[in-house]
Write a protein of this length. Structure first.
Length: 454
């Protein structure tokens, strides 16, 4: 089952200018080569151009069909819908927003391919399958947001609750059902949507871009608990269900504690351990990984701290099948797999670097932006980088540092990839966003992935 579609959400001069100034001829030539070979590499591929780049992408957990939505359809043309959450990063050039996108997919694409309806596109020099507007990726909701959307994620227990962090050190909580659906309009919608809950650090007296938050995570065990880390090294935990107060028209959640204050060392990522209600980890610009337990009274003195590298660590992810195993990615393009049971606390020896279980070198050529374990196949690890690629590794391979450990390379983005996410309902479907304003939704060929189904 192979499909490739290209769609422009909006035609903008900004995209064209960026391509002319930032994307070199070699990169564009490599893209054309990749695109020509993509029918052999993917079971599904959809390339889309966004108006603005996004720093985060997340699949919603729901899954609906056109039959369940009340549409009459035969078994052959049954369509399934998934939703995606992303935000804009405009650097103040426009009003930022959070968007919910709907992704339609045929249950059996091959039975809906009509060769007689293929049209040749002279500009792209390729054949295209004309599809109805109902079967294209579309925006179903847009929420205008104050400041750049550094990261946006939904609450696991209730996906209608969405959190978004900005470049001024604030977190906004939106109840999605309290905002209108997206409607196309010639006039730009510049009015900010009302925030349901506004989380702010009481120690920050004024908004400053130095307080930007890129690290937020909802607790998987305790509904309404969210944790954040900013670029000044502050960590705050909020309980939006049980610990809040009202002031004017906004609701300011009381922060529970500030557990870290160590010389403005930025926190790049923060994650709760999925199967625990009190343990979380952080990765920082000084190369340290720290594990915290909220049950301890003195969190700083009891922190498990160890050094990943001499440079900044950008991403952290906990293995869903074994919470003792974590993956990290640093600014040198190196990926480390750790077993936290082997850690030696480095609080008193700041220069000691622990040895990881597995170290993946010489794969990415630039800084790692994200690492994520496969939600079902726990030996599969994905990584994205500013080198413009997303790579999938099988860490059970004994030759992980050779090319044998790399099972797939997605090289369709022309600039750095900011984030990617795995689908909950299609084992190998992945969405990725990059600085070239691109959103790719793709699935590696079954010739590679079939062996994991067994």
């Amino acid at each position: 089952m192979k499909s490739e579609s290209e769609s422009e959400s909006e035609s903008t001069p900004e995209v064209e200018i960026q391509e002319e100034t930032s994307i070199g001829e070699d990169t564009q030539r490599n893209y054309r080569i990749w695109k020509k070979n993509s029918p052999f590499l993917y079971d599904y591929l959809s390339t889309n151009s966004l108006l603005w780049p996004s720093l985060s992408i997340q699949f919603f957990p729901d899954h609906a069909s056109n039959k369940s939505l009340g549409n009459n359809s035969s078994k052959d043309n049954e369509v399934y819908y998934q939703r995606l959450l992303l935000g804009t990063f405009t650097l103040g050039q426009s009003v930022d927003s959070i968007s919910v996108l709907q992704l339609p997919q045929y249950k059996d694409l091959n039975k809906n391919l009509n060769i007689n309806k293929l049209d040749y596109n002279q500009d792209k020099q390729e054949f295209e399958l004309k599809m109805s507007s109902n079967n294209k990726l579309k925006v179903v909701q847009k929420i205008n947001h104050f400041g750049d959307v550094n990261k946006t994620i939904y609450m696991p227990q209730n996906p209608n609750i969405i959190a978004a962090s900005n470049n001024f050190g604030n977190i906004s909580i939106y109840e999605r059902t309290k905002h209108k659906s997206f409607k196309n309009s010639i006039i730009d919608d510049t009015e900010l949507n009302k925030v349901q809950i506004h989380l702010s650090n009481p120690e920050i007296s004024s908004c400053s871009e130095n307080n930007g938050i890129f690290a937020i995570d909802w607790s998987k065990q305790i509904e309404g608990t969210i944790i954040s880390g900013d670029m000044n090294g502050r960590i705050n935990l909020y309980d939006i269900r049980n610990n809040y107060s009202c002031k004017d028209d906004n609701v300011f959640a009381h922060w529970s504690y500030q557990v870290l204050n160590q010389g403005d060392i930025g926190i790049n990522d923060i994650k709760w351990f999925p199967n625990h209600n009190s343990i979380f980890g952080t990765v920082q610009e000084d190369g340290f990984i720290r594990i915290f337990d909220t049950r301890l009274q003195s969190l700083n003195s009891n922190t498990l701290s160890f050094k990943d590298s001499t440079i900044g660590v950008n991403s952290l992810n906990v293995n869903p099948g074994n919470n003792m195993v974590i993956a990290t990615g640093n600014s040198r393009g190196q990926i480390n797999i750790w077993d936290i049971r082997n850690f030696k606390n480095n609080n008193h020896n700041q220069n000691q670097i622990n040895s990881s279980l597995i170290q993946i070198n010489n794969q990415h050529t630039d800084s790692i932006t994200q690492v994520k374990w496969h939600p079902k196949y726990h030996n599969i690890l994905g990584s994205s980088s500013t080198d413009g690629s997303v790579r999938l590794f099988d860490i059970s391979n004994s030759n992980i540092n050779s090319n044998q450990g790399l099972i797939f390379l997605h090289a369709g983005h022309m600039l750095g990839v900011n984030d990617f996410d795995w689908s909950y309902h299609d084992d190998w479907l992945i969405a990725s966003v990059a600085d070239d304003n691109s959103l790719h939704i793709w699935k590696p060929t079954h010739l590679i992935t079939n062996k994991y189904h067994n």
